[in-house]
Design a protein around this ligand. Structure first.
Ligand code: DGL
Length: 255
């Protein structure tokens, strides 16, 4: 079984890519809705949540743990790799593909505060951002819209425009979705940036990495999908249906 977690519903964008690639593997998805959002939380708190969740997923039989959250990867990937007895796959904002795609030499990374202030992100910029102007944009409110299942209403449109319009005016032509919630806003973002800009989502690349890892870790199964939330399932369910595109059962987990 493959265990996947995020602060909330964002990681479903990664889960979908994993399921598309590995349809016959059992998947367990944990939405840590009671602690969402992670972005503004202190590092130690995100680390503690990630450890608790990672250990729980392993107890449930996960042969691989996927941190489907940039913020939690930034805070806790090294800790989880040292602590868990199974391989851990994490997320990373796609600076490298954005650098390859830009023609204007201006790239924007949309992410949480936690991801942007992390050491991992600084290292990523050092390694790959040479020669381009990289604008980092913390968009904490966008996570809330996705959690509320609002993917294209007037308020989320205005919020997205508030971030994108100044970036477009500055000549940015490559936009990195550095938070797993944001792929659910992709149609909205694509509409605003137009066909000449590139939008980078690392979900499919991470799914490909998961496929490489399971080939050796042996996480098989019959293609089941189980979802749990640390929040209230009746509150989470309508948004889950909206982002996933069809109803998906979700049960409560006290963790
Ligand atoms: N989905 C998350 C990420 O990729 C976290 C959003 C949040 O909880 O603030 O960063």
């Amino acid at each position: 079984m493959i265990g996947v977690f995020d602060s909330g519903l964002g990681g479903l964008s990664v889960l979908r890519a994993v399921r598309d690639l590995l349809p016959s593997h059992d998947l367990l998805y944990l939405a840590d809705s009671a602690y969402c959002p992670y972005g503004p939380r202190p590092l130690a708190e995100v680390q503690a949540r990630a450890l608790t969740i990672g250990r729980w997923l392993v107890e449930q039989g996960a042969a691989v743990v996927v941190i489907a959250c940039n913020t939690a990867t930034s805070a806790a990937a090294s800790l989880l790799r040292a602590d868990l007895p199974v391989p851990v796959v994490g997320m990373e904002p796609g600076i490298k593909p954005a650098m390859l795609a830009t023609r204007s030499g201006r790239v924007a990374v949309l992410a949480t505060i936690g991801t942007l202030r992390g050491e991992r992100f600084a290292n990523l910029l050092d390694r790959f951002a040479g020669g381009a102007q990289v604008r980092t944009v913390a968009c904490p409110d966008l996570v809330g819209y996705v959690e509320a299942g609002d993917l294209d209403g007037p308020e989320v449109r205005a919020a997205v425009a508030g971030y994108l319009v100044p970036l477009l005016a500055d000549g940015v032509d490559s936009f990195v979705l550095g938070c797993t919630h944001f792929p659910f806003l992709r149609p909205l973002i694509a509409d605003m940036v137009g066909p000449n800009a590139t939008i980078i989502d690392t979900g499919p690349a991470v799914a490909a990495q998961v496929a490489r890892v399971v080939a050796t870790a042996g996480a098989g199964g019959g293609g089941t999908l189980r979802c749990v939330t640390t929040g209230d399932p009746t509150e989470v369910s309508p948004s889950l249906t909206r982002v996933w595109g069809e109803p998906l059962p979700i049960s409560q987990l006290k963790l």
